[in-house]
Design a protein around this ligand. Structure first.
Ligand SMILES: [Zn+2]
Length: 422
């Protein structure tokens, strides 16, 4: 395959990806506008017209803005490819009087910085204008700057050694370097998934053990009843940045912990919080976290294998303006290709994720002996987060990692009817 054919194929896939995403978003926004007049029948009586109207305008503002941000970033990516900017930058970086591995680090940092700068105005506008307008933003400029500095520090402390190790594997471990590199990186990721909640997350947020009281005792009773062992239940000060509320689960094996947003604890009743937790425990009991990890490890093995095939392929570098092959160049090219070459896999990923959400919901209904708490919690989350209550079916089918609220509420009722009668 010639360099020209490779470039042409890249451009074709690039526009397929961009076109598909744009059409889906436009379709979704059109659908939301068409249904803007009346509260969808599934929510009549539970969502008041004023809240619905706010959720519609939040979805529209957010969606249009996302479209614009996506188009600008795509245009820059295309310009970077077509102008041969990557090759020019590579030639420049190779004149630096430092070790070639470090030149590679500088190259990747420079490309990342470019895209960060392109995204910066959008990220600022989204946080301080859109989120603020809808009453979600609580981030002060100072928190924003501190987050930025900490994020940069963490990326450097983790990213630079990982890159240097990768370059070393590519350089020194022969034809099967990709197997060694894959093994080492996987081991590192496993260690990080245990360390990250303990070391990195506390840099950004304060995690306090849930204090003793009615909620704590109810949670302990639930955990015992569902024979679930955890390393603790923590409340995170999510309210420092945003009013959006959530609950999640981090860590692996014995280090796993349950994290509740303070916004969730303050706005939901005990039964709702217990239901949300039972849902999270359902994910664990169905081994969703372990399965997800196994899939991502397998995907990373495939990624490394592809990388090993692409590394010595001279026309690929030529297609993107590089004068010579390079370890850092192939990593950046992989990042450029990963979107356009995998976007059609997204429906499969979403489908699998939604199936797991139903499994966890069913577990929650069985564990609680009723669907009432879960339904109330989802409705409240939907209202508080101004979720889109009328997404286009194709859009939600492709993009949603969770079933739509209508689908979830209907399934919860089915699960409740299937409970053994006592
Ligand atoms: Zn879930």
């Amino acid at each position: 395959m010639s360099a020209q054919t490779i470039l042409l194929l890249f451009i074709i896939f690039f526009f397929l990806d961009l076109g598909w995403e744009t059409i889906l978003t436009l379709l979704n926004l059109h659908h939301v506008r068409q249904n803007a007049g009346t509260v969808p029948s599934a929510f009549a009586g539970t969502v008041d017209p004023a809240t619905y109207a706010r959720s519609v305008s939040y979805t529209l503002v957010h969606g249009r803005f996302g479209l614009l941000a996506g188009l600008v970033s795509s245009a820059i990516r295309l310009a970077v490819v077509l102008t041969g900017f990557l090759g020019t930058l590579d030639t420049l970086v190779r004149t630096l009087p430092i070790h070639p591995y470090l030149q590679g680090v500088v190259f990747i940092a420079a490309v990342s910085l470019l895209f960060w700068i392109v995204g910066l105005p959008f990220s600022l506008y989204s946080t301080f204008s859109i989120e603020a307008r809808f009453g979600f933003n609580k981030t002060t400029p100072w928190t924003w700057i501190a987050d930025l500095a900490k994020g940069l520090g963490v990326s450097a402390v983790i990213g630079i050694p990982v890159l240097l190790a990768l370059f070393w594997f590519m350089d020194r471990t022969g034809a099967f370097w990709w197997i060694w590199a894959f093994g080492a990186l996987t081991a590192f990721e496993l260690v990080m998934s245990i360390l990250a909640p303990l070391v990195i997350a506390p840099l950004f947020n304060k995690f306090t053990p849930l204090p003793d009281g009615e909620l704590r005792q109810a949670i302990d009773a639930l955990a015992t009843r569902l024979s679930f062992r955890t390393r603790g239940i923590f409340v995170v000060d999510g309210s420092r940045r945003s009013r959006h509320s959530n609950a999640y689960f981090t860590g692996l094996g014995r280090a796993k912990r349950i994290v509740l947003y303070d916004t969730l604890v303050s706005s939901h009743g005990v039964e709702e919080i217990l239901s949300v937790l039972a849902h999270e425990i359902g994910h664990e009991k169905h081994h969703h976290i372990t399965k997800g990890l196994a899939i991502s490890i397998a995907a990373s093995a495939v990624g490394f294998w592809i990388l090993s095939l692409a590394l010595p392929w001279a026309p690929l570098y030529k297609a993107f303006g590089f004068a010579q092959p390079g370890y850092h160049s192939i990593l950046v090219l992989l990042a450029f290709f990963s979107g356009p070459l995998t976007f059609f896999l997204e429906p499969l990923v979403s489908l699998r994720s939604r199936r797991q959400e139903y499994e966890a919901d069913r577990f929650a209904v069985q564990g609680m002996g009723s669907a009432a708490g879960m339904k109330a919690a989802l409705l409240r989350l939907g209202r508080d987060n101004l979720s889109n209550l009328s997404p286009h079916p194709l859009y939600s089918f492709i993009h949603y990692s969770h079933p739509t609220l209508v689908e979830r509420l209907a399934a919860l009722e089915r699960f409740e009817r299937a409970l053994p009668q006592t």
